[in-house]
Ligand binder design. Sequence first.
Ligand code: BGP
Length: 487
Amino acid sequence: MSGFPKDFYWGGATADFQYEGGFNEGNRGLLSHDYETDGSMEHPRHHTMKLADGTIKNYRSSFFYADQIPEDATPVFLDNEYYPSHQAVDFYHHYKEDIKLMADMGFNIYRFSICWSRIYPLGDEEEPNQEGIAFYRDVFEELKKYNIEPMVTICHDEMPMHLALKYNGWSNRHLIDAYVKYAETLFKEFGSYCHYWLTFNEINAVRGFGPCGTRESDGYTRYLADHNMFVASAKTVILGHKYNLENKFGAMYAMSGLYPRTCKPEDMLQSQLARRENWYFIDTMLRGYYHPYAKSIWQHHGFETLEISEEDKKTLYDGQLDFCSFSYYRTNTTQAGDKWFNVGGDDNPYLEKTPWGWGVDPLGLRYVLNEIYDRIQKPVFVVENGMGAIDEPDENDYVEDDYRIQYLNDHFKAMRDAITIDGVDCFGYTMWAPIDLVSLSTGEMKKRYGFVYVDMDDKGRGTLKRTPKKSFYWMKHVIETNGNDLE
Ligand code: BGP
C-alpha cells in the first residue's frame, strides 16, 4: 500500500462548551464550565466562586494544576467577568452554515460533543429535555444530508453544575447511573444516525471542578473519580453494544509524547514511569483490568490502594473499548527528579514552539501512533491534532495560514508513514478544530486552530462571520486526493 487506506476518515473535531454557545437557550442547564472566565497564559482562567461569608474568590479548576475548592464555595456569575462558553462561537445558530463548510472541504466524519446539560439540564431528572434532543437531531440530519459520519463525544470535560455541587462530581457513584442514563438516551434518540462514540474526552488529563466536578484534583478522590468514570464507560459500552452491534466505542486520551530529556539511565526510567500516568487510563479501559503497576501510581499520589469490587472488575472486563482514540499536539520531556508527568516540559531544544510554547513535533505523532498500537493492538484514531496560532486576517477576513498548512502537512506525512511503513491500523483523523473556537486552556479566541476564520475577539465581540482561510482550500485538496499529494 502506498498511501492512506481508501476508506480513511478525514474530518474535524469540536467540543460543545468551546463551540456551541446558546447557554441559556433551548432549556439547557448550566455546566461547570459556564462559570469559567476567559484568560491567557499570563492570567489563567478561573471559576468565580462565593464563600459562605459572602467573599468572592477565584479558583483555577481544570487540568492537573487545579486548586482545592473549599466545601462552602459555590459558583457565581460576576458582571465584570466574561464567560466564553455562554456564546462560544455560536454553532447553536450557525450549525447549518458550519456543516456546509465542512462538507465543502470534503469531510467524511465530524467529531462533536453533546452537551450533557442540554439533554439533562440538572443531570438527575427523570425525563430528558426535548428541546435539546430536537437541536441535536437537526445537527445529525444536517450531517446526513452531506454523508458526513458523526462521531460523538458523550462527555467532553464537563458535567451539569448540579451534579458537581450535589455529589462532588465523579467521586460519587451516583454519577455512574446519571451518566449511563444520559448515554442510553443518546442511543435511543440518535442510535440510527451514529455508530462511533467516545465515552470521555482526555480522561487522563483533565480533572478538578471543571471536568470531573470534584473539589479536589489529586489523591484518593481523583483516582476514585477516575475509577467511577471507568465503570460508567464500561457500562455504556456494554449497553451500546446491546443497542447495536455496529456501535464502536473509544475514549479519548491526551497522548502528546513524552521523551526522556537525556539518555542518562535515570532519565530513561523516569520517562517510562511517568508515561504510566497515561497508560494507566489506556490499559484499564482497553484491556479491561488494572495493571499491577496501578498500585505504584496510587502510592505516588499519596494513598495505599483503591478497593475494586468483583462486580466492577467484571464490568471493566466486559466493557472494553473497541478502539483507541487520542489527541496529539506536541511532545514534552522529563528527567529524573520531575514529579512524574511533566506537563510544562517544553524544553526540547530540537523543536520549534508555537506562541503558546507547544513544541511542534510531527515525527512524534508517528512515535506515539507506534507506541499505542504496539501496546494495545486495537485500531487507533487521531481525534485531535492541530496548531493554535495567531492569525492575521486581511480586510476581507482572509488568512494566509501557511504555518498551519506546514504543520498539518508534516503531521499527515508522519501519520501516513506510521500506517504504510510501520503497519499501524489507524483509520481516521479529525483535526482540532475546523472552525475557530475558544481555547480550552486559556479561554482565548486569539489562539486559533481553524480552517475557517470566525470574526470574534477574546471578549466575544465581532460579527461571528465565517471566512475560509488558505488552509481550507489546501485541506479540500488533501481530502480529494486522500493525502496522496502531500509535499
Ligand atoms: C484538548 C481538548 C480540546 C482543545 C484542545 C486544544 O486538550 O480536548 O478541548 O481545546 O486540547 O487545547 P487549547 O484549546 O487549550 O489550545
